[in-house]
Design a binder for this molecule. Structure first.
Ligand SMILES: C[S@@+](CC[C@H](N)C(=O)[O-])C[C@H]1O[C@@H](n2cnc3c(N)ncnc32)[C@H](O)[C@@H]1O
Length: 265
């Protein structure tokens, strides 16, 4: 009930091109704390809440550990990164924010070059400060998923990753999806809220669909992947819901690859 009240309050921030300054300001605060203290804790996004009920298999659960959501995320990341990214030559995270996922990747794969691409300067600024701590292997680039341009070469055998970033595109994902297909990475993996995985005949899922609509989050992406698979343009490798945070399931796994992608590396 309290989740629905928030949805109905009209106070939720709505994603879209107009939200860019909000991200710029948000990550500027993280950049300032990181410069002041230099600790990785300051790069944990403030929207990952502590001590909140979470969504698990159709029910709300209250974790005993206040840090449970962060711990769950680090286990999920380790599983997904090892399973899908071990053979990758380089890894490109789009909408990489504070670079917290790139740090996990850098620790897991000490030999790989990692790229963080985001549309705001403050995100690139954080990655530039982080990079020397990882021998220059983390590189920051400006990139707008609403208007993708091939400014950064994606070599054969690379992996593409997004987490809570496609979500921001609402229904305007087609240009970025085409971009990914044209770049022919070996694999694309997304940890995102997937609207079509909810069953809105169930109140529990209906709350999450209302939340997603109110925030203008990703819709139509999974059906589009299915279209492309039926045209033999891509292969879908995994579609799976996992745990959710209080309002929605933000960490569903989608893995796919463009057909003809170079898997030899
Ligand atoms: C919810 S945050 C996720 C950050 C990071 N992936 C993580 O897991 O911590 C969403 C990120 O997407 C970025 N973003 C939103 N719209 C974008 C766009 N059109 N192009 C590139 N980045 C975008 C935001 O600046 C922000 O860094």
């Amino acid at each position: 009930m309290s989740a629905l009240r928030v949805v109905d309050s009209n106070t939720l921030s709505v994603s879209g091109p107009q939200k860019k300054p909000e991200w710029e300001n948000g990550w500027s605060e993280n950049l300032a704390s990181f410069i002041a203290g230099g600790d990785v804790e300051s790069l944990i996004p403030k929207y990952v809440k502590r001590n909140r009920p979470m969504r698990l298999e159709g029910q709300y659960v209250q974790p005993e550990d206040a840090e449970f959501e962060n711990s769950f995320l680090s286990v999920l990341h380790t599983y997904v990164f090892q399973k899908y990214f071990t053979p990758a030559t380089e890894i490109f995270e789009f909408g990489s924010g504070t670079g917290i996922n790139l740090i996990e990747l850098a620790n897991l794969f000490p030999e790989k070059t990692l790229h963080g691409l985001d549309w705001v300067e403050s995100s690139k600024g954080i990655l530039e400060k982080l990079s020397p701590k990882f021998g220059g292997r983390i590189r920051g680039h400006i990139f707008d998923m609403f208007s993708p341009e091939s400014t950064v070469p994606i070599p054969p055998g690379s992996a593409v990753f997004t987490a809570g970033a496609l979500e921001q595109l609402g229904t305007q994902f087609e240009a970025f999806l085409n971009f990914m297909i044209q770049c022919r990475p070996a694999i694309c993996v997304h940890l995102e809220p997937v609207y079509e995985l909810y069953d809105d005949n169930l109140l529990f899922d209906y709350v999450a669909t209302r939340f997603s609509l109110a925030r203008n989050w990703l819709r139509g992406f999974l059906p589009r992947l299915h279209d492309l698979q039926s045209q033999d343009a891509i292969e879908i490798l995994k579609v799976k819901r996992t745990l959710g945070s209080f309002f929605h399931d933000g960490y569903s796994i989608l893995a796919w690859r463009p057909k003809g992608a170079d898997l030899s590396k």
